[in-house]
Write a protein that binds this ligand. Structure first.
Ligand code: TYD
Length: 138
C-alpha cells in the first residue's frame, strides 16, 4: 500500500520543542477542520470507517497510537509515536486507531468540514464501494 508519511520540521532548541504546520506547504490540502482525540479509555479502539472524499493528516503531538489502514486490497499498520511524524490518510481508506498510550493526543487535520454523509461506517459497504469506484475508473 502506498503510505505517505509527512515529516514535520523540528524548530526545537534548548528551550524545548516546536513544530509549525502550514496548509498547502506541509499539508497537501487546505485545512478546513482540526479535531483531536484525547483521554482515550484504556484499550479503546476508534475509527472503523472510511471517507468518500475527505483527506486527513494525523499525528500525535503527545504520546503514541497505532493506525491500521486498509485499502480493500492491502492492510498496513503505522505507529505514530513522535510529534514530527504525520500520516496522510487519503479518501477511500478504512482506518482503525488503537494502542493509545496514556496521555496520548491524536490530532487530525481535515480537508473539509464535518459531514456524516461522507462517512462509510460499514466495512462491507466500504468494500463494495471500492469495486464501484474501480469500475468507474476503467
Ligand atoms: P467518530 O467518527 O465516531 O470518531 P472516531 O473516528 O474517532 O471513532 O466521532 C464521534 C462523534 O463525534 C460522532 O457522533 C461524530 C462526531 N463528530 C463531529 O461532530 N465532528 C467531527 O469533526 C468529528 C470527527 C466527529
Amino acid at each position: 500500500m502506498d503510505i505517505k508519511m509527512i515529516k514535520f520540521r523540528l524548530l526545537s532548541d534548548g528551550r524545548g520543542g516546536l513544530i509549525a504546520i502550514e496548509q498547502l506547504k506541509d499539508i497537501p490540502f487546505e485545512i478546513k477542520r482540526v479535531y483531536y482525540i484525547f483521554d482515550v479509555t484504556e484499550g479503546a479502539q476508534r475509527g472503523f470507517h472510511a471517507h468518500k472524499n475527505l483527506q486527513q493528516v494525523m499525528f500525535c503531538p503527545n504520546g503514541s497510537c497505532k493506525i491500521r489502514l486498509d485499502d480493500g486490497t492491502e492492510k498496513a499498520e503505522v505507529l505514530l509515536d513522535s510529534p514530527d511524524k504525520g500520516l496522510l490518510v487519503k479518501s477511500n481508506i478504512w482506518r482503525e486507531m488503537y494502542d493509545f498510550t496514556p496521555g496520548t493526543v491524536l490530532m487530525v487535520l481535515a480537508s473539509d468540514y464535518y459531514d456524516e454523509g461522507d462517512y462509510i461506517r460499514d466495512y462491507a459497504e466500504f468494500y463494495r464501494s471500492l469495486k464501484d469506484f474501480n469500475l468507474e475508473e476503467m
